[in-house]
Ligand binder design. Sequence first.
Ligand SMILES: [Zn+2]
Length: 341
Amino acid sequence: MFQLVAKIELRLWHPFFISSVTISETSFTLTYEDKLQTTVNTPIPFDGVGLHSGAAVRLVIRPAGADHGIVFRRVDCASEVGDIPGMWDHVLQSPLCTKLENAQGIQVSTVEHVMAALMGCGVHNALVTVDGPEAPILDGSSVEFVRGILSCGLRQLDRPVRALRVLAPVEVRRGDAVARLTPHNELTIEFDIDFADTAIGVQKKTLNMANGSFVRELASSRTFCRKSDVDAMRANGLALGGTLENAVVVDGADVLSPGGLRHQDEAVRHKMLDALGDLALAGAPILGHYHGSRAGHALTNDLLRLLFATPDSFEWMICDADVAARLPGAGVHWGELPRVA
Ligand SMILES: [Zn+2]
């Protein structure tokens, strides 16, 4: 007796991707030590207001199939024009948030906190619907997105996850701000900031993004700003949805937000959260060391643009179990989600 075992070549969706894996057609059991892609189990709704518009908005993280990636959909726009890929090459650079735009000019703003939550929880595929131009700010951190994702749970899909491995350093600068990626076995994020307001001052932190550290260490850290910046933004019709509850507002040595800080170094932790969300726009988990010094959303996007313009600086790889254990989302535990108001 012969047992015919046909082999199927799986090629993933990215044009740079050249590796392949083989599965048995008879069982569709993957024949290697793999890590499969994931999506959320069920739609997860979030209701809030846009930080800058102040308008009510509903965002829903919905299940999606393998190789779909993260895609935003403006459900208040015509269906044929409303999809916006959550990818680095769709970023419309903006100083205050990460804004995406598709070829039809449809935009969605402030995507970095939900992108960080998806990457930090190991969600590779999702359709994120929004009924307005700006994602809800919620409490100014990623913790509500993370709570929703973890309470809903993930399911595995039938394709292996791939990662982007940094092979050579890339660096971008704007004035005294620097963002850099260098080769490393895990995604580590290093960040330092230096603010004149002594309530923030000089802060520096480095974390490995595997072992559940995003959920435990970063997810609850809120966006922050100086009172003088809030006054200027309001004068320009921005930050209309900002409150002392959904942003940490500082004025010199004083923290104006009631309840104070969630961490003594909450500001640099939030910058690391933002960096993870902006790096997630690479379209896959990154294996490399990111260092941001006074960097912002636009500079991290510059870094991804330079990375993808420098083919020798990275490679795509299929993740085996060893690599998968070193990705963001590995080791996430519900019990480590910080309790916040
Ligand atoms: Zn942020």
